[in-house]
Design a protein around this ligand. Sequence first.
Ligand code: SAH
Length: 251
Amino acid sequence: MVHFVGAGPGAVDLITVRGAQLLSQADVVIYAGSLVNPDLLSYVKEGCEIHNSAGMTLEETFSVICQAEQAGKMTVRLHTGDPSLYGAIGEQMALLRQEGIPFDVTPGVSSFCGAAAALPAEYTLPGVSQSVVITRMAGRTPVPERESVASFAAHGATMVVFLSTGLLPQLRQELLSGGYAPDTPAAIVYKATWPDEKVIRGRVDQLPQMAEENGITKTALILVGGFLEEDFQRSKLYDPAFGHEFREAAR
Ligand code: SAH
């Protein structure tokens, strides 16, 4: 059996209880060494076979899994954050299905949640935005044209941009041409929840210089939108004049 496990954004105690339990039972662990905190490997049992997938191909990791299956061993495939976001688990699940190897997925705390905690901020502020766009700039992995950053920028919603720290001049251009005002608040969160986490605040038109001045070239999220300001309406949920299923409105 193969368990895909979300490692969380960095801090070792931000893996889920289930994820940590699976890690401690695993006979084989394949972890994405480029982003997963290696301190998480302190959860594994003695004799556990450990592979860093950073230097491996899909075929190589799959062959490790097949050998483990033949030997009746349990494999944990450890992915950074939550595996469903830019985790390349789709292709692994397809192969496992093809071979009839059973698997399941344990979710993780995504880095975009770690970044909100680092700021700290609420992405869905009433009167500001009620939607979060999670996207990336096209790199070696293409992004469909209909999903361009400029097209999302037109909504003015909260935006979280992954995998794009190396493309900030282009990102800035797309955000502005899509309709964000140059002075729209923006932030860069580097290594959210890691000991060397950094939060840099500024405006959309300053994004490239914010990264440059702080020497940030990777492992960061770009956050854009009015949610980074203090100006918002209070929620209906906790408004005394607004009743709901669990609380009567005050008269
Ligand atoms: N599945 C992961 C994302 C993997 S893609 C998740 O749910 O978070 C890798 C990208 O995620 C990085 O290029 C960076 O943009 C972002 N990232 C991952 N960990 C991060 C962290 N701790 N702080 C900021 N960004 C992070």
